[in-house]
Write a protein that binds this ligand. Structure first.
Ligand code: FMN
Length: 374
């Protein structure tokens, strides 16, 4: 299962695991894959604490950090970085804030204590992601940095590469992948619409070979809908250099997903997700809920652009996560269509090993077919 990318990273299996949970990052890297910590929700100070913890629990294994610098966001290039948060706040209609409060109140979600209100503007902009990268670069076991929602700015690409680390980015279309290649990125992650979180509208089976052919010989990691070794084998058969997974890690034993949220995930079928702009302002795949339906209703407010929408909804994320037992129908629950196969809680290590085993079986089965021994 070794290829150029696994050798450059020093990992055993080309399995990449995006997660917001440090325990999962460490467990995946210790099992021979590469755990990647999603940094978007962390302040630089919190991120430093998380990365120090991972360093202490990952032995000599490498891991990655994921940041979010969108190509386009509200006020981009127009607003003064010093006053960014205040100026963005002025762009939010009060009706949107009232709507969120009414929605949560009507579902009986308790309010957050005053001292637990989260910062409104999290790492969705270059200004907020920059300090996160600085922190990541002070941690030597961080060998890879990935960016969501666009090609990272040239100076950031150069800074990361000058330290010997690899930098890549997600894409949902061949055009975006070509822009990543032109910017000199080391790899591309092609995420089909099935995937959890921000996602485009082209399915994986169509998207992966399109991107692989467009950027060859740049390595492409296949993402979107991968939960088993057979799906991994399909991606590798199309020429992917590895698989990038996200949803799967929400229901592992090490995940900090609140039990009420985990229960919804375990019960959901592959038809229970929807692409909705209702939490972040950009299309994001998540479980369909009263919340997503409410933002679709014709008379209700329409989602704002990024990062404004999350400035409205961020408090609701914190509030429903804290009171998950009382937040049925209004929780932020991003996940992909593979949720239909996420029916039991497993250890991260077992997820990796079962995927590898099934991958090997699938490849052997195809090999037997070719030699006529099937
Ligand atoms: C809960 C959740 C949050 C996500 N947040 C991010 C993020 O902050 N940055 C990012 O690059 N990708 C994010 N993603 C997308 C993953 O990196 C990955 O591309 C995707 O989950 C792959 O598809 P899958 O869910 O079918 O495995 C998220 C996915 C999930 C499920």
């Amino acid at each position: 299962m070794q290829n150029d990318l696994t050798k450059r990273l020093g990992i055993e299996f080309p399995i990449f695991a995006f997660t917001h949970c440090r325990d999962v990052v460490a467990a995946v890297s210790n099992a021979g894959g590469l755990g990647v910590l999603g940094a978007v929700g962390y302040t630089p100070e919190q991120l430093a604490v998380e990365l120090d913890w991972i360093d202490a629990h990952v032995g000599d294994h490498p891991y990655g950090v994921d940041i979010v610098i969108p190509m386009k966001y509200e006020g981009m290039g127009e607003l003064d970085a010093e006053k960014l948060e205040d100026d963005l706040r002025d762009m939010i209609p009060q009706g949107h804030r009232d709507f969120v409060h009414e929605l949560l109140d009507s579902h009986g979600v308790p309010s957050l204590p005053e001292d637990q209100k989260a910062p409104e503007l999290i790492g969705w902009t270059e200004a907020t992601a920059g300090p996160q990268i600085e922190i990541a670069l002070t941690h030597p076991k961080v060998k890879l940095i990935a960016n969501a929602l666009g090609t990272p700015p040239a100076e950031i690409v150069a800074e990361i590469q000058s330290t010997g680390r690899l930098v890549g980015a997600l894409c949902g279309a061949a055009k975006q992948a070509l822009s990543h290649k032109e910017a000199g990125l080391d790899f591309v992650i092609a995420q089909g619409t099935e995937g959890g979180g921000h996602t485009g509208d082209v399915g994986s089976v169509v998207l992966w070979p399109e991107v692989i052919d467009a950027v060859a010989p740049l390595p492409v990691l296949a993402a979107g809908g991968i939960g088993t070794g057979r799906q991994m084998a399909a991606a590798m058969a199309m020429g992917a250099a590895g698989v990038w997974t996200g949803s799967l890690w929400l229901t592992v034993e090490e995940a900090e997903t609140p039990p009420a949220q985990q229960a919804e995930l375990l019960a959901a079928t592959s038809r229970d997700t929807v692409r909705s702009r209702s939490w972040t302002g950009k299309p994001c795949r998540m479980l369909r809920s009263d919340w997503t339906e409410a933002w679709e209703a014709p008379d209700n407010p329409k989602p704002l652009g990024m990062p404004l929408q999350f400035m409205v909804t961020g408090e609701a994320v914190a509030r429903t996560a804290k009171y998950a037992d009382q937040s049925k129908g209004v929780m932020f629950n991003p996940v992909g269509q593979i949720v239909g196969r996420m029916n039991r809680i497993r250890k991260s290590r077992d997820v990796i090993l079962e995927m590898v085993e099934e991958y090997v079986d699938a490849v052997e089965r195809l090999g037997r077919g070719l030699s006529g021994d099937a």
